[in-house]
Design a protein around this ligand. Structure first.
Ligand code: MN
Length: 731
């Protein structure tokens, strides 16, 4: 293997200075270098070099990609959390939270070990996914690639077994990521290094073939360069031109893939022409095709249709002198830079422009299709609009930090705190909806169990079951939340339209009963004219309101017919019954926030009335008993208490209340009190009086019905004004 160039801090600085000049940026890089040097002191690489040399080399690779100063600093610091006592917090304090975050992410990815599964290719794909998901930030991937590249360059110092393992992993995971990100410089070098360690014999064979043909090929290439240069100079088109050699692995790969011998690989003679504008590219192509015979079907226009990794160029294959075949690439400087540095070129650090990591990432993600490939793991996109789906997915993916597996080894990434329900919805919406149980690492667990990285998760489903609204309280992914909500919204709508049909029939019947022709009065336009008056949006809403009795059909008919209300016998009966109903409080008038179906009753000991400060006590078997917060019995009931609230007392429900009146005994006392009660429009249910012979005081107990606490307070205040009364208290 060729000798490895070892870069120093000075090399990094020289490279950095080609595109960074601000003193504060250079100072940051210097500081990171010094910090790494100090904290890794006494540590050595297997090569015997001080550990710091690895860091300088990683920083150099990053600088050659023209990344920003924070990323270069993070390159110097990328191993301090892993290999020294330094913590993320200390890094954040010493440098910036951003740099600390980058270093921590690199460390986390480094700790990643995946089980070897039966299907290595499948596993490699998952590993790549996991890698990108964990990185959260493309800069983390760049640092990790630079780290891996230097480790590959120095792989000779590892054991043979490690060499094979690391090379295979690099070929399966890192090189494809570099390719995806369009960083061909790193991809090509990684592939050749892997090739060398994985199949040395074949590597040397191809290297030898290339070498023996080199002089001959160089001669042809040189001649072609001279000829094309002459041609383009005559036409006055700006250009630079050079021959280029394919890297060994790509030759090997093509031979394998196309089952061809070495001398059959077409593009061994390769030339690249760099020019100024897109138009120049097409002009050059035109002149070359006019001079040399192009091979049909070999023209590729990646300028008009860029590759998914942003690569742009014109490719053509032509027949030169002596029948030699040349592959020619034509592109602008900018396209060339993107071809070599890929995403990093796009992200090229521009000094002075405000850098916003989030915004930049979004831009890049929009340009790249690799993120889109992430969507593959999820089941469907037809229900959500595309952009909402991507947004949800992106949020879930980039905020992911729990990695669990299906029993088959498929990696599923979820946000922190995610549960088996989140997992189930990730697999498929129907799986989510019908989940009834979860098995984590072979043990049955509750559905709200928090999942951890490395858990093997499986869910049990049952056909015909549906999600529970309680799930919304603990699911973490927006994906699951949206799906559960959508399920209930759909169900409610179904229920609503059923009810609406009932309401429609009620209205028609009422019209008939009053001698109106339903088909005439229930004309769509006519009914829709009423919606505004009821602040409703649709006819369905109106019919629904009639069905659930929040709007009476009589009121609708009155409006429809423009008549005063016509009271029929049946109306009268209805009214009397309604009034009768009002006299008897049927429901408690209290609800438990968030829970709708719970038996609730008012405690008899303190008899709360509407407006009192109340609290619920969860009984064993009798639902929730509502007490006044100052009820003496509550003092013993510390546990099982629950927050409850009064419903709005819309139908003026009445509440029972007991009062104890203490008074000096006198004639007509009881009469005076009862008069006050009736003046306050309070219904009296019971009254009793007891005379204490010793103190000559009377204790009067009243049971009354009031609308609310305010009503009761007014009554009590008025009773206190009665002559001889000493005190009025609630029992
Ligand atoms: Mn490292």
């Amino acid at each position: 293997m060729k000798g490895v160039q070892n870069y120093t801090y000075d090399d990094v600085l020289a490279e950095v200075k080609t595109y960074i000049s601000k003193e504060e940026n250079l100072a940051l890089i210097r500081k990171a270098s010094d910090y790494a040097l100090k904290h890794h002191e006494g540590q050595f690489r297997k090569s015997g070099e001080p550990y710091y040399s690895h860091l300088a080399n990683v920083a150099y690779i990053l600088a050659s990609l023209h990344v920003g100063p924070s990323t270069i600093a993070a390159g110097f610091l990328h191993d301090v959390i892993e290999d020294t006592e330094i913590t993320k917090e200390e890094l954040a304090k010493e440098f910036t939270p951003e740099i600390a975050e980058l270093v921590e992410s690199v460390t986390k990815i480094g700790a990643l070990k995946l089980q070897q599964k039966d299907d290595p290719e499948y596993q490699a794909k998952n590993h790549r996914k996991l890698f990108i998901a964990m990185a959260k930030d493309i800069r983390v991937i760049l640092i990790k690639l630079a780290d891996r590249l230097h480790n590959m360059r120095t792989l000779e110092f590892q054991s043979e077994e490690s060499q094979r393992r690391i090379a295979q992993e690099t070929l399966d995971v890192y090189a494809p990521i570099a390719h995806r990100l369009g960083i061909s410089a790193i991809k090509n070098e990684l592939e050749d290094l892997c090739f060398f360690y994985l199949d040395r014999e074949e590597y040397y064979r191809i290297a030898h073939l290339v070498e023996t043909k080199k002089a001959e090929r160089d001669r042809y290439v040189q001649q072609m360069i001279v000829d094309i240069s002459k041609l383009l100079t005559e036409e006055g088109i700006p250009f630079r031109i050079f021959g280029r050699s394919k890297h060994l692995y790509s030759i090997y790969h093509k031979m394998q893939e196309r089952h061809k011998r070495f001398d059959e690989i077409l593009d061994l003679l390769a030339i690249r022409i760099i020019t100024e504008t897109e138009l120049n590219c097409y002009e050059i192509l035109g002149y070359i095709h006019a001079t040399y015979k192009p091979i049909p079907g070999r023209l590729k226009d990646y300028i008009a249709v860029p590759k998914t990794n942003m690569y742009q160029s014109l490719h053509t294959t032509i027949i030169g002198d002596e029948g030699k075949i040349f592959e020619v690439q034509i592109r602008t400087e900018e396209m060339d830079s993107i071809a070599e540095r890929g995403i990093a070129a796009h992200w090229h650090y521009k000094e002075g422009s405000r850098y916003e990591a989030k915004k930049e990432q979004k831009e890049i993600e929009e340009k790249l299709s690799w993120l889109r490939d992430f969507a593959e793991y999820s089941d469907e996109s037809e229900q959500d609009s595309d952009s909402q789906y991507m947004e949800t997915l992106q949020k879930d993916v980039f905020e992911a930090n729990v990695y669990v597996m299906t029993p088959k080894g498929k990696v599923v990434d979820l946000p922190n705190g995610a549960t088996p329900i989140d997992f189930a919805y990730r697999i498929h919406t129907d799986v989510g909806h019908t989940t009834v149980g979860a098995i984590v690492n072979d043990a049955m667990v509750p559905l709200n169990t928090e999942l951890h990285t490395g858990d093997v998760v499986e869910v049990r489903t049952m056909k015909g079951t549906g999600p529970s609204e309680d799930w919304l309280k603990f699911v973490k992914t927006n994906h699951a939340k949206n799906k559960i909500k959508a399920y209930f919204a759909k169900k409610e709508n179904e229920g609503k339209s059923e009810k609406a049909q009932i309401g429609e029939k009620i209205l028609a019947d009422e019209l008939k009963k009053r001698g109106f022709e339903p088909s005439e009065y229930m004309e769509k336009k006519r009914l829709e004219g009423l919606l505004g008056e009821y602040t409703l949006k649709s006819l369905i809403d109106l019919y629904y309101a009639i069905a659930v009795k929040s709007i009476s059909p009589a009121s609708v008919i009155e409006k429809l017919t423009n008549h005063r209300r016509i009271v029929t016998d049946s109306d009268l009966v209805d009214m009397i019954n309604r009034d009768a109903k009002r006299r008897v409080p049927s429901k408690s008038g209290v609800y438990v926030p968030g829970i709708s179906s719970m038996k609730i009753s008012l405690a008899q000991c303190c008899m709360p009335v509407h407006g009192d400060d109340i609290v619920g006590y969860i009984t064993k078997g009798e639902g929730v008993k509502v007490h006044r917060r100052d009820c003496r019995n509550l003092a013993q009931l510390q546990q099982r208490l629950i927050d409850v609230e009064w419903e709005e007392n819309l139908d003026q429900k009445l509440y029972d209340a007991s009062l104890v009146v203490l008074s000096h005994d006198r004639n007509f006392l009881l009469t005076d009190i009862v008069t006050v009660v009736s003046q306050n429009k309070v219904t009296m249910l019971q009254v009793s009086a007891n005379l204490n012979q010793e103190t000559l005081t009377t204790t009067i107990k009243l049971k009354v019905q009031v609308h609310n606490a305010e009503h009761l307070r007014t009554l009590m205040a008025n009773i206190r004004k009665v002559d001889s009364v000493l005190s009025v208290e609630r029992e």
